[in-house]
Write a protein that binds this ligand. Structure first.
Ligand code: ARG
Length: 589
């Protein structure tokens, strides 16, 4: 395992050193190196530095250029415009750097210098309720974030904060108590997720109908909430049955999503019950929260209702009940004190942003969050239908996630089948690839725009072979694998002595950028940057493959080997990047 410094960082270092000797008073100045169309890189930092030092920018730039040796790393460096530097890398340095990356399992991507512990809250559906597209987004974005962070060496603790507590359980439990066989399974065989959910749905509807029509049942249901909160064993046992039944369903959906969710990481709202009283006590004693009309509240200067009065965060209701906020505040204490988190990430719908803003601010006032421990909401936008309105069925109901995923797989399988004969796929491979392409399409659509934006759920577009889709990337990968197979005896070998074509250089420089891209996506919690990188990688590969023959017409041996080397590293980078997004890349497609 050896991390490889990127060409950009090596160039940056050289320019910074030259800058430091040309202008010692500037200290460790940033040359502001960027990729550029005119050369490989452009350094834009000299202008501002010269201004600050009251020096002539072009003169300073010229002195810097004179202080930089060329030949090994830098082919050419020249002053342009009022004081920019245009920098071209040697072909040798490009291939040598890539060759070093190819030797490493991590493709030379460095580990973070000071990794911390991130607790990430994602994939948090609600017990006894159907999952919807919002839960899909949280799961997909969260899982990608986990992989990206772990790849940088961060310690990651997953928390699935499922909605498994609240007054609605009084009604459900009371109903089950009075109709004890409603959740029984038909046979001893394992129930499917669908069956579990349909049992829960039926029970939910029946109990809701009774609750709304029968006053006495309503009273019994309310009393049951009190029993539940008091920890009455018989009530808790029934509650547990709802949780278990729901988990059968959740796991079946996560499984369909090709996502690994571990039971010990499922710590729902109920997991913090023992902490609630203490959380309130700490907040009240420190004066962070105050009593207002009997409720325990936290006030904020900048959070007001439409009437201009402040809207508080209610930590404890006047009837003594605890809600969503008390649970989240307790979870923060647990994650910081017991799990030693340095970063808390919440992958939650943007519509809950006010809640998190108030919860985080409260935790900061209480001292649970501070400069060493920060919390962020990775807020995501709404999933829209083709009509641009929040995604609903024609009847106006929320779309069942399972139906969506099944349809995606069905469409994808049709796409795969069309080319199957040409590629030589068996029926089993068609079915498997259909799953990888269908699920990949759904995930990629979610990950390829920045999370905060709303996006349209459009299956036609998602499984399209053209454009920014996962199947486009999956095909690019499979095509490279097929090129490598067809190369027969010729093997990928790096040849740094060769002169490179423009398309080879462009591909090479992009491959070299992978490590920096990962660091950026991790730091900014931006998985969509990985998607954008991979899409560009595929486009650059396509141009390269159009312009530079790899197999036919057969190029000179060393040139062919070097091109195969670029193919191979592209494939490895693609498959690594896609795996970070939770998307599989079949070898044949
Ligand atoms: N269960 C909630 C929902 O379905 C999401 C939970 C988000 N996490 C949290 N710590 N509040 O909207």
């Amino acid at each position: 395992m050896a991390s490889v410094p990127s060409l950009a960082s090596s160039v940056d270092q050289r320019v910074a050193d030259a800058l430091a000797s040309a202008l010692p008073e500037a200290g460790a100045a940033d040359p502001l190196l960027r990729r550029s169309d005119r050369a490989d890189f452009q350094a834009n930092g000299i202008l501002a530095l010269a201004k600050k030092a009251k020096a002539n920018p072009r003169e300073l730039a010229t002195t810097v250029v004179e202080g930089i040796a060329t030949g090994d790393l830098i082919q050419e460096i020249e002053v342009s415009g009022p004081g920019f530097l245009n920098i071209t890398i040697t072909d040798r340095a490009i291939i040598e750097t890539l060759a070093a990356r190819a030797l490493d399992d991590r493709l030379g991507v460095p580990l973070a210098a000071n990794p911390g512990t991130t607790v990430i809250d994602y994939a948090q559906p609600n017990v006894a309720k159907e999952m919807h597209v919002g839960h899909l987004r949280s799961a997909v974005i969260g899982a990608a974030m986990v992989e990206i962070l772990e790849f940088t060496g961060e310690k990651v603790v997953r928390r699935h904060h499922i909605g498994d507590w609240g007054t609605q359980f009084g009604m459900l439990i009371q109903y089950l108590l009075e109709h004890p066989h409603e959740l029984d399974h038909k046979s001893d065989e394992e129930v499917s997720g669908e069956e579990a959910m349909s049992n829960l749905n039926r029970l939910y509807k029946a109990s809701r109908a009774l609750f709304d029509s029968d006053e006495e049942f309503k009273t019994r249901a309310r009393a049951r909430v009190v029993d539940l909160q008091a920890g009455d064993p018989r009530t808790l046992a029934l509650w547990q049955r709802f949780v278990d039944e729901s988990k059968i369903y959740f796991y079946s959906v996560f499984n369909k999503l090709d996502m690994d969710i571990q039971d010990p990481d499922v710590v729902g709202e109920s997991g913090y019950n023992d902490m609630l009283v203490e959380t309130c006590k700490l907040l009240e004693e420190s004066g962070v929260a105050v009593r207002s009309n009997g409720a325990l509240c936290v006030f904020f200067d900048d959070v007001k209702g439409p009437d201009g009065n402040p809207t508080p965060l209610i930590v404890q209701k006047s009837d003594g009940g605890f809600g969503y906020a008390a649970t989240d505040l307790s979870a923060i204490r647990n994650r910081v004190a017991d799990l030693s988190a340095t970063t808390l990430i919440y992958v939650v719908d943007a519509r809950q942003s006010l809640h998190f803003k108030m919860v985080f601010e409260t935790a900061r006032r209480a001292g649970w969050l501070n400069d060493e421990v920060k919390a962020v909401q990775l807020a995501f936008g709404t999933v829209l239908g083709k009509d641009g309105k929040p995604f609903k069925t024609r009847e106006g109901e929320t779309v069942r996630l399972v139906d969506l995923l099944d349809e995606a797989v069905e469409r994808a399988t049709a796409v795969v089948r069309e080319k199957a004969e040409k590629v030589g796929l068996t029926e089993a491979e068609i079915v498997e690839n259909g799953q990888y392409v269908g699920i990949g399409a759904v995930k990629y659509a979610d990950l390829s725009t920045s999370a905060a934006r709303d996006y349209k759920f459009d299956l036609d577009q998602m499984v399209s072979l053209n454009g920014d889709t996962s199947v486009y990337l999956q095909y690019a990968y499979a095509r490279i694998k097929s090129i490598l197979r067809r190369a027969g005896d010729r093997k990928p070998v790096a040849h740094p002595e060769l002169e490179l074509a423009p398309a080879e250089r462009a591909l090479g420089l992009h491959l070299d950028h992978f490590g920096e891209l990962i660091a950026e996506a991790a730091a900014e919690h931006a998985p969509h940057k990985v998607a954008a990188y991979l899409y560009q990688l595929s486009s650059l590969f396509t141009t390269f493959y159009d312009q530079c023959p790899v197999v036919k017409p057969e190029p000179e041996l060393v040139v062919g080997e070097n091109r195969l080397f670029l193919c191979d590293l592209t494939a490895r980078t693609l498959t690594k990047g896609m795996s970070l997004l939770g998307i599989r890349t079949p070898e044949k497609l």
